[in-house]
Write a protein that binds this ligand. Structure first.
Ligand code: ZN
Ligand code: ZN
Length: 161
């Protein structure tokens, strides 16, 4: 048998779907076995579309969670303006964002998903700060707030990556 893509290469492999002879060079290993490049491409398309939809869902969920947790963050900070409370809250926000965003996409994981979750943490912090500014005359920025945001990002990322 000669490879359908490389007529000069002798092979005894064939595509598991269409039966076309393929060589190790053009064979694509998929979860359901060896495929020729054409069949592998066809199999990949729906997955890719699904992924795009998932990122959209994840982004929307992350934005909603950023606003919701930001509100909680702002309210708690209003009554308990202690930095260690803020650090704990940040971890909690990271946990909540990671959990809910993960659930919104059937617990899929990935770097881009982690990035979406990570961006939600500073957004949440800003939403909380905006809330504080609206309902109180001033919100003192504490340098450790940066650490708080970093903790939140870290927690969200390890739950989504
Ligand atoms: Zn094929
Ligand atoms: Zn080939």
């Amino acid at each position: 048998m000669k490879c359908a893509y490389h007529p000069d290469i002798e092979t005894n492999l064939s595509c598991g779907k269409c039966g076309k002879p393929i060589c190790p060079k053009c064979m694509v290993q998929t979860p359901v076995g060896a495929r020729c490049p054409d069949c592998a491409k066809l199999a990949k398309l729906p997955t890719y579309r699904l992924a795009a939809k998932h990122y959209l869902i994840a982004s929307g969920t992350a934005l909603g969670m950023a606003l919701a947790t930001g509100l909680v963050w702002g309210v708690v900070r209003e009554f308990l303006p202690y930095i260690y409370v803020n650090l704990l809250l940040a971890g909690g926000v990271g946990l909540a964002v990671g959990e809910v965003v993960g659930r919104s996409v059937n617990r899929k994981r990935g770097n881009r998903l982690a990035l979406i979750g990570a961006v939600a943490i500073p957004l949440s912090y800003l939403a909380g700060t905006a809330f504080n500014m609206i309902f109180k005359y001033t919100t003192a920025f504490h340098p450790l707030d940066i650490l708080a945001v970093a903790i939140g990002v870290f927690v969200a990322v390890i739950r989504l990556r």
